[in-house]
Design a protein around this ligand. Structure first.
Ligand SMILES: Cc1cc2nc3c(=O)[nH]c(=O)nc-3n(C[C@H](O)[C@H](O)[C@H](O)COP(=O)(O)OP(=O)(O)OC[C@H]3O[C@@H](n4cnc5c(N)ncnc54)[C@H](O)[C@@H]3O)c2cc1C
Ligand SMILES: *[C@@H]1O[C@H](CO)[C@@H](O)[C@H](O)[C@H]1NC(C)=O
Length: 561
């Protein structure tokens, strides 16, 4: 066995986040990429969804991300022909619509290459660097480990790497999935194609995300041309050309694309410079039938395209616990069990979005342009993109105590069907849900305040203990005694008191503005509220005492008694 227990194949966002998560949990992995260079010019992904910002926050990346990110530009569509008169101006996410429990609801724009650079810089602090020009070509595995064959693409060298686990983060076209023999089911929109690229444009303002293409205008093709300013005040734009029954395969050519844009938008005044990146895609919506085979796992685009997420940390913490021998290998089976329904629902949601934004376009022509709900335009009011609703309520390793919290009437299949849909407005919070943020937490009687996401540590389970009244204080001793019996470094506790009066002279946080008690639905008259937040930011358990908490952890850790 090499000195590394994990090999990560692919250094895109999924592989890098995996490596960082593991590093923070004390596991140093080896990460390779066949590409000799870091991704630089390709803008590819740029939209960071609210939920992803939360994950980046718990991983300590948010300050760097915020310093480099820009707000999502307001969108503006123009009348055709002419291409100059605005017909509609709107925001992807309603601006300023943030709540104490969802502080990043506006999302952000950041070039994927910049995000990757930020993650690499953080990884370097843990002594992890990406090995480039290393291509995975073969995988063999047995009950003890995995042997991966890697070729050095520049020198022609070859290496066999022996590890306990392999994570394939090698993107939609990577070999891991194929080497495992997993299926990649879904659909490719054969009649449609898209062109994306980055180019400098003279004569176009950077204040809007410009869109041309009145639905139906191009008869049956419903073409749409988009120009998104990459940095406010600068001339560089991310170009997108999409359409229904429109396949611009011949356009992945600079001269033709430039002419096409000027012609079709009617903006012959625009001067387009050199493309720093130009590419043709087919819309793809596919997923694997399972996310693992033996000791090999797949994450990111290797497991599912076209998803708006890209980043997920369901696997990393489980691998860390298993490698440290704190949890049985069977915990790893819950990666597929938890994620598969989410990704299946996500694909349904993204294809609905695709249909809604592109295919349904003709219908929109008949409605008032101001009627956002009915229009086929890009207002993704669908909460799917925000991903707050992703939940694992059907998971075999979560535990909700007390029927008033759970939804006992729903059978497993129904819960799975709602894995992505969310429970917004239903006023429930169960194990399996996203742990909400809560600002205004004051430690003891100190000045200043913290927010929950600033406290929780992605390298461990975070046990939130809510003390609604003085009677509950007596329970604390028993909880502390239970927690010290858990494997070292796997759990930490935070105690939240309803008010200063309850806190007395004790150690803990006062929920100054009541956000934490409200978001976690802790009632004034409950015995005590205990919420176990998993390292990935999902709620593992919602319980009313030490017995429930113990029951949850017995399903996670090896049980000796
Ligand atoms: C035009 C476009 C726009 C997009 N916009 C958005 C957006 O706004 N928001 C969003 O969230 N997502 C967006 N996406 C999707 C996003 O880019 C992907 O989801 C993301 O890149 C997936 O990350 P990944 O790490 O799984 O894979 P990738 O980023 O594809 O990385 C895989 C890596 O594996 C390496 N690799 C492949 N094979 C091997 C091998 N055999 N050995 C070693 N290394 C290998 C590759 O070189 C590559 O570096 C967009 C995608 C495109 C194409
Ligand atoms: C709470 O903390 C935030 C972030 O540090 C700060 O901006 C805010 O002013 C603080 N509020 C109070 C009342 O201390």
């Amino acid at each position: 066995m090499s000195k590394f227990s994990i090999l990560i194949v692919g250094a895109g966002p999924a592989g890098l986040i995996m490596a960082l998560f593991l590093a923070k949990s004390g596991i140093k992995s080896r990460i390779i990429d066949k590409d000799p260079n870091f991704h630089t010019v390709r803008s590819r992904g740029f939209g960071i969804q609210p939920r992803t910002l939360e994950l980046l926050q718990t991983l300590g990346l948010l300050p760097d991300v915020q310093a480099a990110a820009t707000p999502i530009p307001t969108m503006r569509a123009y009348k055709l022909p002419g291409g100059m008169d605005p017909v509609k101006t709107w925001d992807l996410y309603e601006k300023g619509r943030v709540w104490p429990d969802r502080p990043h609801a506006n999302g952000a724009c950041l070039q994927q290459s910049t995000l990757e650079e930020i993650i690499r810089a953080h990884l370097a602090r843990y002594g992890v660097t990406v090995e480039r020009s290393r291509e995975l070509v073969e995988i063999k595995q047995d009950s003890d480990g995995v042997t991966a064959t890697i070729i050095y693409t520049q020198t022609g060298g070859k290496e066999e790497v022996r590890v306990e686990y392999l994570v394939g983060a090698d993107g939609a076209r990577g070999p891991t999935r194929k080497l495992l023999g997993l299926t990649f089911e879904g659909e490719t929109k054969d009649t449609d194609g898209m062109v994306w690229g980055d180019v400098e444009i003279e004569g176009l303002g950077s204040d809007y995300w410009h869109i041309w293409g009145k639905p139906g205008h191009f008869t049956r093709t419903h073409l749409r041309i988009m120009a998104r300013p990459i940095t406010p005040g600068e001339k560089k734009f991310g170009i997108g050309i999409t359409g229904l029954n429109f396949d611009p395969i011949e356009l992945a050519d600079e001269t033709k694309t430039k002419a096409f844009i000027r012609e079709q938008t009617g903006r012959t005044d625009l001067e387009l410079g050199q493309f720093s990146w130009l590419s043709y895609f087919k819309p793809n919506m596919r997923m694997v039938n399972k996310f693992a085979e033996g000791r090999v796992f797949i994450v990111g685009d290797a497991a599912h395209v076209h998803s708006p997420t890209g980043i997920d940390s369901n696997l990393a913490w489980k691998l860390a616990l298993v490698l440290k021998r704190h949890a049985p290998p069977s915990l790893l089976e819950t990666y597929t069990a938890e994620r598969l329904p989410v990704v299946a629902q996500m694909l349904l949601a993204t294809s609905a979005l695709y249909t809604h934004t592109i295919a349904k376009a003709p219908k929109a022509e008949k409605t008032e342009p101001e009627n956002e709900k009915a229009s086929g335009w890009f207002r993704w009011r669908n909460t799917a993109l925000e991903m707050y609703g992703i939940n694992y309520r059907y998971s075999p390793i979560i535990f909700t105590e007390g029927v008033d919290r759970a939804e006992p009437t729903l059978i497993l299949e129904e819960l799975r069907a709602r894995a992505y849909e969310g429970y917004e407005g239903s006023g429930t919070l169960c194990a399996g849900d996203r742990a909400p943020e809560a600002p205004g937490l004051v430690l003891n009687s100190e000045a200043g305040n913290k927010s929950l996401f600033g406290l929780i540590n992605p390298a461990m389970h975070n046990i939130l203990i809510f003390i609604p009244h003085k009677k509950a204080i007596a329970t604390l001793e028993g909880i502390a005694a239970a927690v010290v019996a858990y494997p070292p470094g796997t759990a930490q506790t935070f105690i939240f008191f309803k008010d200063h009066e309850t806190l007395g002279g004790r150690n803990g946080f006062v929920d100054r503005d009541g956000h934490a008690f409200a978001a976690y639905l802790v009632k004034d008259d409950c015995r005590i509220g205990i919420v176990v937040v998993r390292p990935d930011g999902f709620i593992g358990a919602v319980v009313g005492g030490v017995e429930g908490m113990d029951r949850y952890f017995r399903t996670i850790f090896w049980h000796t008694n």
